[in-house]
Design a protein around this ligand. Structure first.
Ligand code: ATP
Ligand code: MG
Length: 614
């Protein structure tokens, strides 16, 4: 019997679960109110108790297609919300006006849904965009100025950089740091009203220029940037910095656990500083009490290790370079680690979710072996994928005694044996008899793999060579008699004779023992198909580590296209249908180019076994 404690140790480690379970037990967020939409303290206070026990969010910038690293983040954020009676918000972090595109917005929503997650809960669509909060962010900035926590700095960018100091050297206060709140407010409003040039001044938080954490040395929180924003158009010529915007987005949405990757660890003190300032109240010199803009308790940020996967690049910018330089056919090229690429390659949402769970969530950076991802895929496909036979590198096999054997066994009338087709069948799936059987024919001419014949067999070779017997899977036993070659010495036909009374599934079929079993398709009913044999995109396991130029390790053999012959059951394959081609691995009907029954195109998803180490 396994106790709950045993179960805990076999579960992949996920320290975030402990944090959430602690918060739930302690009731950290139990008193929160939720107005049914993002909003400041007043808005939220008008709502009832939050029906969500926790709130997480997935906040991509809509500046590219999501990749396997994002999939990890999606599975963590949506998965934890699902597991703990919470809600995960889908939020576009679109505060940077220059880089966004609605093409990316659609692809991101698609990817999240395809992975099996959604943002509808309690009758509400939790789909938000950060740019909707610009008004509040502006108000928060004015509050910080009034309360003496922010100032407008007119130093040049270069002077500001020098005054920031570095790891071993404290920063130096800006000459503009001592301006009065009234002066700062006037200046900030001029910035907003377009009275100053781009880059001529910034609003900075006033914290501590000597802080050991450089992120607390008066970070910039608003900048002037004349750019048309895809959502707010030309309404603003000042935009909040990411480090200022993100905590506010979380707080307005009542996020409880804000989960991000480790590179944001140094930002956490500012995250906390800002949200504390915006929740507290301040009594101004004139006696007015201001502030209390955000509800308490504030969200908390927790960092986890980003996913690094061997042989894979997870940077939108670098993936974009592969697309724009034509190194791949597009964002959905089956060799790309984008979600659209993985999907087209034949990956399933189940496999990706299993992968995310298996690698766990930790706080230390590490590299995950690509074979772990493929292993998850094999595991999920093996239990469901229909089987089929396919010959990827075909050479013809001629059964030279076919007519005689068929006629003498009475299966075909004298003189008609050569064209006789013997019906064979095989289970669609060896462990799912309810899926029924697939049928195909055996005849005088068949297709087999070119590598299944050797004139002079290497040691241990059990397949076709003169004098050797093998079983054609689901068919008959044959004995190889030789081969025909062309002038160049290339084998054009392999010849064999059929051993009578050996058909699979008939009494006595196993009387003759053979060591080799090979796959085949019948020349009479096999279908030609384009098969795309994909391999790893990079030859280097860490293509971009340490500033390496990843273009240099592109694998020039990452795609081989062959014309294969596949068994007739595949005529019914629809785009995205996945199969195990016996002996070869898993294949998917290409979702873009495959046309059922007319133009079969299959992608190799992965082989049957792990070949990454080899
Ligand atoms: P990229 O560097 O590829 O542009 P990003 O981090 O800038 O990625 P965002 O759109 O900002 O992309 O990311 C959305 C979320 O996905 C963030 O919370 C981010 O931390 C997370 N994320 C991105 N890459 C990874 C990764 N490799 N592993 C885990 N999470 C990731
Ligand atoms: Mg980013």
């Amino acid at each position: 019997m396994s106790s709950p404690a045993d179960k805990e140790t076999t579960k992949p480690s996920n320290f975030l679960r402990q944090i959430i379970e602690h918060d739930l037990a302690a009731g950290t967020y139990a008193g929160r109110r939720w107005a049914g939409r993002p909003g400041d303290a007043t808005v939220q206070a008008s709502g009832g108790p939050d029906p969500a026990r926790i709130r997480t969010r997935f906040p991509p910038e809509p500046n590219g297609y999501l990749h396997i690293g994002h999939a990890k983040s999606i599975c963590i954020n949506f998965g934890l919300a699902r597991d703990y009676g919470g809600v995960c918000h889908m939020r576009f972090d679109d505060t940077n006006p220059e880089k966004e595109d609605t093409e990316y917005v659609h692809s991101i929503l698609d990817a999240v849904q395809w992975l099996g997650f959604g943002w509808e809960a309690h009758g509400t669509r939790h789909l938000f965009q950060a740019s909707d909060y610009f008004d509040f962010m502006y108000r928060a900035a004015e509050y910080l100025i009034e309360a003496g926590h922010a100032y407008v700095d007119e130093q040049t960018a270069e002077a500001m950089r020098l005054a920031r100091g570095d790891f071993g050297k404290p920063g130096v206060d800006s000459p503009f740091r001592t301006r009065t709140p009234a002066e700062n407010l006037a200046r900030f409003r001029e910035m907003r009203d377009g009275q100053h040039e781009d880059g001529s001044m910034v609003l900075r938080a006033k914290i501590d220029m000597a802080s050991p954490n450089i992120n607390l040395r008066d970070p910039a929180i608003y900048r002037i940037r004349r750019a048309t924003h895809h959502n707010t158009g030309d309404k603003w010529c000042i935009y909040p910095m990411y480090t200022f915007a993100h905590p506010i987005e979380d707080a307005l949405e009542q996020i409880t656990h804000s989960l991000c990757t480790l590179e944001f660890e140094d930002q956490r003190p500012f995250y906390d500083w800002l949200l504390e300032r915006l929740s507290e109240t301040t009594t101004l010199p004139d006696g007015r009490v201001v502030g209390g803009l955000l509800q308490s308790p504030p969200p908390r940020q927790y960092e986890f290790a980003r996913l690094n996967l061997t042989y894979v690049i997870t940077s939108k910018r670098k993936l974009a370079q592969l697309v724009y330089d034509g190194k791949v056919s597009g964002w959905d090229d089956p060799r790309m680690p984008t979600i659209v690429g993985l999907r087209r390659r034949g990956y399933t949402p189940e496999a990706i979710q299993l992968f995310a769970e298996r690698i766990g969530v930790t706080k230390s950076d590490s590299w995950i072996d690509y074979s772990t991802l493929e292993g998850c895929l094999r595991e999920t496909l093996d239990v469901t994928a229909p089987r089929a036979m396919a010959v990827l590198e075909p050479v013809k096999l001629v059964i030279t005694n076919w007519a005689e054997v068929m006629e003498s066994s009475g299966q075909a009338a004298a003189g008609h044996g050569a064209g006789f087709l013997d019906a064979c069948s095989a289970p669609v799936h060896p462990h799912l008899p309810e899926l029924g059987r697939r049928t195909f024919t055996f005849g005088k001419e068949l297709w087999i793999e070119r590598t299944d014949y050797e004139e002079v067999p290497p040691k241990g070779y059990n397949r076709l060579y003169p004098g050797n017997k093998v079983r054609l899977k689901y068919g008959h036993v044959i004995e190889c008699t030789g081969a025909v070659k062309d002038a160049a010495g290339t084998v054009t036909e392999v010849h064999a004779t059929l051993v009578p009374d050996t058909k699979s599934g008939t009494p006595g079929a196993d009387a003759i023992k053979v060591k080799g079993v090979i796959t085949w398709v019948g020349a009479a009913d096999a279908l030609p198909a384009e098969v795309r044999l994909y391999d790893r995109l990079f030859t280097d396991a860490q293509p971009d580590a340490g500033g390496k130029d990843f273009i240099e390790s592109l694998n020039s053999d990452s795609l081989k296209v062959v014309t294969a012959y596949v068994e007739p059951s595949l005529a019914a394959a629809k785009p995205d249908d996945k199969f195990q081609f016996e002996r070869h691995g898993y294949f998917v009907a290409d979702r873009v180019d495959h046309v059922a029954g007319q133009k079969p195109v299959f992608n190799r998803v992965t082989g049957l076994r792990d070949s990454w180490g080899k």
